[in-house]
Ligand binder design. Structure first.
Ligand SMILES: [Zn+2]
Length: 259
């Protein structure tokens, strides 16, 4: 169910039944070269979150369109939140969901810069007793390795190149301007990937790699593998919520006659 398009009464009923999960796509407003939209990360996270909501019969929440994108802040149009703001948004929404009777929260993170702040938020919500998990696209790296034909600009780096262009060709083809696509393989300093750094120093276009080999089919394969791996990761998380909601058989001393 898409919460944004549903009345509260339906969402309340969905939270009350089964695992009662809410799924939150957390994106970013971030440059993706001259040929992909600022919403690339949000669109991808939303697609994965929508597929999970569908497969799990969970409630899809409206996406967060902004994230911590400090490393891309040198490209105008990139609008970054601070780490503290990202953490606060996730914690506030988790607390609101708990108060609404949701069984738990799955955050689908679409942007690398959100990882640390969402980890902090997840830890805080778990500590307060609300089941929360953040998914950083499990299975995606393996799926990328299967389909990628171009060289990565740096190990693990996929930004506005073959991978992200393939994802957008599958999800939002009208927003992909292939005639503007350029290739860029920058020379990185030896501490790249270990120290915070802003990327505009290395690529004037904002592309890292080569988008030329992108296809919608590659994008579809990457998305399907990511959804499948996400479902596998969620299995125990959901099992724990269901056990808790159905009377926690792992605490047999708490019978109705106790106390
Ligand atoms: Zn991206």
């Amino acid at each position: 169910m898409d919460a944004y398009l549903s009345p509260w009464t339906d969402v309340a009923a969905a939270f009350a039944r089964s695992h009662g999960l809410a799924i939150l796509p957390f994106g970013a407003c971030e440059q993706h070269g001259p040929h992909l939209p600022l919403g690339t990360d949000t669109i991808t996270a939303q697609a994965v979150a929508a597929a999970l909501a569908d497969r799990l019969d969970a409630t899809l929440l409206p996406p967060i369109n902004y994230g911590d994108t400090w490393n891309n802040a040198g490209y105008p149009g990139t609008l970054s939140l601070s780490s503290a703001t990202v953490t606060a948004i996730a914690v506030d929404l988790g607390e609101a969901l708990a108060a609404s009777g949701a069984g738990g929260l799955v955050i689908v993170n679409g942007d690398w810069g959100n990882r640390n702040p969402l980890y902090t938020a997840t830890r805080s919500l778990i500590a307060s007793g609300f089941p929360t998990i953040t998914l950083d696209y499990p299975g995606m790296d393996a799926a990328i390795a299967e389909v990628r034909t171009s060289r990565a600009a740096a190990p693990g780096l996929a930004h506005a190149e073959e991978v992200e262009t393939s994802l957008m060709l599958e999800l939002a083809p009208d927003a992909v301007l292939m005639e503007r696509a350029v290739s860029c393989y920058p020379e990185f300093p030896s501490d790249f990937g270990t120290a915070p750094m802003q990327l505009h120093r290395f690529s004037p276009s904002g592309v890292f790699g080569d988008p030329a080999d992108a296809t919608a089919g590659k994008g579809r394969a990457i998305l399907e593998a990511t959804v499948t791996a996400s479902l596998a990761v969620l299995e125990d998380f959901i099992g724990g919520i269901l056990r808790e909601r159905n009377g926690a058989p792992h605490r047999p001393h708490e019978s109705e006659n106790a106390g």
